[in-house]
Design a protein around this ligand. Structure first.
Ligand SMILES: NC(=O)c1ccc[n+]([C@@H]2O[C@H](COP(=O)([O-])OP(=O)(O)OC[C@H]3O[C@@H](n4cnc5c(N)ncnc54)[C@H](OP(=O)(O)O)[C@@H]3O)[C@@H](O)[C@H]2O)c1
Length: 219
């Protein structure tokens, strides 16, 4: 998982405005992390609000992937229960990424047909998308390294399912405040006895930003 947050732990404002919290250094790190994975997964609301293609901007990183026999960009994956998504976002319009939408039987057929023109669509028989199903689907496609890029609702579900191995966090020098502003892990929340614990693997300061890497201690 990789996320950028303000010094007070928020990943966006209370209006969930679209803007980059980090500097170019953070953007480069994001690309380095993307360059090491086979797929990047986001939740439907991050796609609706931000809608960026999860691509690798730096040509040298794309070249390194090509040398390893990989596609220039990782597979772009979005989870959406009912496919109530906008098609005009860069996620869909950027031509060079392969796209996969995982949805459920709740999605109407007309939307499934519409999105099949833009992406590969997997329709689960159940009403909810479980994080384990997502990894199974990706595994069946030969995908072994998966990056979760938010938002907090999606992240929480992967933590809850104990399916996160590493967490990269960039602390950016801002205070965003707001009791309802999103954080790295939202959802229902954890309790004292059952929350994920982390081991700090590395920390690095560059200017006013701090880059942290944690390993999740398996429960
Ligand atoms: N700073 C950062 O690094 C960063 C990174 C990413 C996002 N963000 C911010 O995070 C905010 C969006 O986060 P969010 O928490 O509101 O939404 P989110 O996590 O992006 O999307 C959540 C939605 O995804 C769908 N979903 C499908 N399967 C799911 C599953 N297994 N677990 C969880 N969700 C599932 C659900 O909607 P359906 O009913 O449609 O299926 C759910 O409501 C935005 O403001 C965005 O800018 C910040």
């Amino acid at each position: 998982m990789n996320m950028a947050m303000s010094a007070d732990g928020k990943v966006s404002t209370y209006r969930r405005e679209t803007f980059s919290l980090g500097t170019r250094e953070d953007r480069y790190l994001m690309d380095v992390i993307r360059s090491k994975v086979d797929a990047v997964v986001v939740g439907s609301r991050t796609l609706q609000l931000d809608g960026w293609a999860m691509r690798i901007r730096y040509p040298e990183l794309r070249r390194k992937r090509a040398q390893r026999g990989l596609n220039p960009h990782p597979l772009n994956v979005v989870l959406s229960t009912n496919l109530n998504l906008k098609t005009g976002k860069e996620f869909f319009t950027f031509p060079d990424t392969e796209k996969l939408i995982i949805t459920t039987r709740s999605a109407p057929h007309f939307r499934i047909r519409k999105f099949q023109k833009l992406a590969d669509v997997v329709v689960l028989k159940r009403a909810r998308i479980r994080p384990g199903d997502v990894l199974d689907i990706l595994w069946q496609r030969g995908i072994k390294r998966v990056l979760i890029e938010g938002g907090g609702t999606l992240n929480f579900s992967f933590f809850e399912a104990d399916l996160v191995d590493e967490v990269y966090v960039t602390i950016t020098p801002r205070i965003l405040g707001g009791g309802m502003s999103p954080t790295i892990a939202d959802g229902k929340g954890f309790l004292r006895k059952s929350h994920p614990r982390l081991e700090l693997v590395s920390s690095r300061r560059r200017g006013n930003e701090v880059f942290l890497k944690y390993r999740v201690i398996k429960r």
